[in-house]
Design a binder for this molecule. Structure first.
Ligand code: ZN
Length: 126
């Protein structure tokens, strides 16, 4: 499922969506606050231009919203299931979303570009 060639590989290993070899982000650390969303202009391996069109990654906001809502609902259901008080459940959701903010923003960009660019084996081996 997370093998090279699947979109999940590109998303969770933060690799180029076309070749799955080149890094997508300049810095691997998602908690490097100032540069956490700095991406390469082109893939270092296959030269795919990451910014497909101007303001391309604005669409990642909608992906980020969906991921955040899914995480919050999942946390709420688990908290409700184990009998967590409603206030503590809410506090837990806020803490979860604040701590995972950098990770969600980076993953959302990768999910978004993977909607438009597919893996191509001929670019991964040269
Ligand atoms: Zn590439």
């Amino acid at each position: 499922m997370l093998q090279q060639g699947s979109k999940l590989y590109s998303i969770f290993h933060q690799k180029c969506p076309r070749c799955h070899q080149g890094d997508f982000y300049v810095y691997k650390n998602p908690f490097r606050w100032k540069n956490k969303l700095t991406i390469h202009d082109h893939c270092p391996h296959c030269k795919l231009k990451y910014m497909i069109e101007p303001s391309f990654f604005y669409g990642a906001m909608y992906v980020s919203y969906a991921v955040t809502v899914a995480m919050a609902v999942t946390f709420f259901i688990i908290g409700y299931w184990i009998g967590l008080d409603l206030l503590y459940n809410l506090i837990g959701i806020v803490v979860l979303l604040v701590l995972s903010n950098s990770f969600v923003m980076r993953i959302s960009r990768l999910i978004y570009i993977n909607m438009f660019v597919s893996y191509d084996k001929k670019y991964s081996n040269y």
